[in-house]
Design a protein around this ligand. Structure first.
Ligand code: ACO
Length: 428
């Protein structure tokens, strides 16, 4: 929580108002406008919230200019190198790294809750086969609530909900893939780690047992760690916004998944591969660049640009390095990687991209990593959702525990018609 040190003067109608300045741990400053309307009659207008801090938070710090990203103070590059996704999830949700014993207990708990209620299978089976897995996941996250009765003790209820969601999300994701292919569902195994279990549930088959590759599991862990939280992004804000109405956590997470699905947000990882595939098939890279620069064309270079990063996305750098190592280890040569590298080189030298501070973001190379480990394109955003889940949960929990937390309810400046008489239908 920031400390109030100074005030900012606002002069309106010749009257002076003092608004407190809030300063965060890393020196970032905000004008606290919570009494602005009460004192001046004014509200602020900030479409897309690019200048608005919606909360104070002690979970994630990022500096888009310097390319810094830390979870609970720990640089994400250190977590990517040394931690597992489960340990990072614990860190985000509980606020500190677990001891060895706590981590073991956490793993046992996740294992105990990894099964999905058998009756939920009927839902999966009745979705049209062509349904997008993000739509299915969002529905299922919400549906889980109906299958597990609420506990009386609130703290226990929250802990159980968090555990159920963290554990079941990968089972639900793998189930949707298996059922969409008409394959037998594979159950989680108690002897496997979180990531290995997920891969096994995705790819094991009665006719071709899946061989777990430690390099692939490590890559998956890094992928999830890099996606685990990113402060007040679109889906996290959706989780906080919906959660502010005191809806249950399952419903709030379902809203987060829906927001993440959008191609301007998490859906970009799927959109990047589709764009690169189109460039590969039609050999139209120059045309793609021209279209991205054309003001009259809505086409954008997917995987480029970021609301906060106006330089390289740190996560993208780690992802690219991991992509190179993984492809080499697995002895894969992906033509889309060559196209991606070429596109990046062209864009980085192009005036339009330089002037607009457009650099590749985390999604630019993540799809190539996902392809290399066998994840189908329409599941890429689901992989992102599994990774982001601990962040959503941590942010939701923080908002619920905040003594100053209020229902999120922004205002607006009305620009429609002034009062207008109702005209009966016969006279229109
Ligand atoms: N290709 C071409 N031009 C772009 C791109 C792009 N990818 N991104 C932004 N621009 C241009 C805009 O056209 C605009 O140009 P103008 O000022 O000349 O009109 C300018 O850059 C600013 O764009 P905004 O949309 O206002 O910037 P914003 O901060 O809202 O955009 C966003 C961020 C949505 C991520 C955007 O860069 C984009 O659409 N990128 C492509 C989708 C993508 O990769 N999303 C993933 C983001 S990372 C994540 O969520 C995990």
């Amino acid at each position: 929580m920031g400390t109030m040190t100074e005030f900012v003067k606002v002069i309106y109608n010749d009257e002076e108002f003092q608004l407190p300045l809030v300063v965060g741990t890393e020196g970032e400053k905000a004008i606290d406008i919570s009494r602005l309307r009460q004192e001046t009659g004014l509200i602020t207008l900030d479409t897309g919230y690019a200048n608005t801090g919606s909360c104070t938070s002690s979970i994630t710090f990022m500096d888009g200019e310097k390319g810094i990203l830390r979870y609970r103070g720990i640089p994400v590059e250190q977590l990517a190198e040394h931690s597992s996704f489960m340990e990072t999830s614990y860190l985000l949700v509980s606020g500190r790294l677990p001891t060895r014993q706590e981590l073991t207990e956490f793993s046992v708990l996740l294992n105990d809750h990894s099964l999905v209620h058998e009756d939920m299978r009927a839902f999966y089976e009745n979705f049209p086969r062509s349904s997008h897995p993000m739509g299915i996941l969002s529905s299922m996250a919400n549906a889980v609530k109906s299958f597990y009765p609420e506990l009386q003790n609130l703290e226990e209820e929250i802990n159980m909900t968090v555990t159920r969601l963290l554990s079941k999300i990968r089972t639900m994701a793998a189930m949707s893939y298996k059922i969409s292919r008409g394959h037998k569902v594979v159950y989680p195994r108690p002897d496997l780690t979180y990531g290995a279990n997920f891969m096994n549930m995705m790819f094991d088959s009665p006719v071709r047992p899946f061989e777990i590759d430690d390099d692939v599991v490590k890559a998956l862990n890094v992928f999830w760690i890099l996606h685990a939280d990113h402060e007040q992004n679109c889906s996290t804000s959706a989780v906080r916004m919906v959660g502010s109405a005191k809806v249950n956590l399952y419903a709030a997470i379902s809203a987060g998944i829906a927001a993440l699905w959008g191609p301007l947000h998490g859906g970009a990882n799927q959109a990047v591969i589709e764009m690169l595939s189109d460039i590969a098939a039609n050999k139209n890279m120059d045309r793609a660049i021209e279209r991205a620069k054309d003001k009259n064309d809505s086409f954008r270079l997917m995987g480029f640009g970021h609301r906060v990063y106006k330089t390289f996305d740190l996560r993208m750098k780690i992802m690219k390095k991991m992509c190179d190592t993984l492809l080499e280890k697995l002895n894969i040569s992906d033509p889309l990687l060559d196209i991606a590298v070429e596109l990046e080189q062209i864009a980085l030298k192009d005036d339009y991209f330089i002037e607009h501070n457009l650099y590749p973001n985390v999604d630019f190379y993540s799809g190539i990593v996902m392809r290399a480990i066998g994840i189908p394109t329409n599941m890429f955003t689901v992989m992102f959702a599994i990774g982001r889940l601990p962040g959503w949960i941590a942010q939701w929990k923080e908002s619920q525990d905040d003594p100053n937390w209020k229902l999120c309810r922004p205002r607006q400046i009305y620009t429609g018609p002034a009062e207008t008489e109702y005209v009966p239908i016969g006279k229109r």
